[in-house]
Design a protein around this ligand. Structure first.
Ligand SMILES: C[S@@+](CC[C@H](N)C(=O)[O-])C[C@H]1O[C@@H](n2cnc3c(N)ncnc32)[C@H](O)[C@@H]1O
Length: 231
């Protein structure tokens, strides 16, 4: 997967910061409408307010950064792609309350991120789809280890509607790149949380579809969001 995202980072020049991470290379209008619709739907769900510490897992070029820094005290974006993090840093002004780090979603901790306090909000959009099952479980373990007692975790993932779909080395005409992804069912994603997030008291407190039907161009997969809190 690292090579795929290296290539996405290279494409920032031709498609821009947003499309580099939400794709639709040949349909800029759809990409922009999806970006706007997703943020309109998800930002209120995050319930941001002053004083919060926010972690953005798999932040890419920092598509969410401005929205999250405007409404919180501290933002840390992490991504395993050094090239995408370079773009994120270059497009956001240096600030003591804004950090980007190169780190894998399945292997980080507060000390490894140079942090001493846990996070109150964790956002993770469109990342699990690129991880194998073992790494999805590890990613949840990492989230659990950096979450404050009152943490609200918001995940947005493309999921298989009826069943899991695996795409292997499929040449995408849209992206002009080979594509690999696992569209798990929502149930599968939640089952992976049993030993980590659920065991430490997190529960799914809300969930929904991200887009209205007209912005969803496939029947087998759909963008879902779920929110977890300790109840
Ligand atoms: C579809 S993009 C979404 C980016 C961002 N979350 C957004 O919503 O704009 C997927 C992101 O996941 C990152 N990613 C994929 N696998 C990862 C991993 N194992 N650890 C950390 N980041 C990963 C990619 O580098 C890329 O930035």
């Amino acid at each position: 997967m690292a090579k795929f995202f290296q290539e996405r980072a290279r494409k920032v020049e031709s498609v821009g910061l947003t499309r580099a991470v939400i794709y639709q290379d040949k349909h800029p209008d759809l990409a922009e409408r999806r970006d706007a619709a997703e943020k309109a739907r998800l930002l209120p769900i995050l319930q941001l307010h002053d004083g919060l510490r926010v972690l953005d897992v798999g932040c890419g070029t920092g598509r969410w950064t401005k929205d999250l820094t405007g409404n919180s005290a501290y933002y840390h974006g992490i991504d395993f792609s050094a090239e995408l993090i370079k773009h994120a840093r270059a497009s956001h002004p240096q600030d003591a309350n804004l950090r980007f780090s190169v780190a894998s979603a399945e292997n980080y901790s507060l000390p490894r991120l140079g942090e001493s306090r846990p996070f109150d909000r964790i956002l993770c959009c469109g990342v699990m789809i690129y991880l194998n099952d073992e790494d999805v479980a590890s990613a949840y373990r990492c989230m659990n280890s950096v979450a404050s007692q009152q943490c609200r975790i918001l995940m947005r993932e493309p999921v298989g509607v009826l069943k899991r779909l695996t795409i292997k080395e499929h040449f995408s005409d849209e992206l002009e790149q080979n594509y690999n992804a696992i569209y798990r069912t929502q149930q599968e994603l939640e089952e992976c949380m049993t030993e980590t997030l659920f065991a430490s008291g997190f529960r799914v407190v809300d969930q929904g579809d991200v887009y209205e039907a007209e912005l969803n161009n496939r029947a087998e997969t759909i963008q879902r969001w779920i929110v977890l809190e300790r109840t």
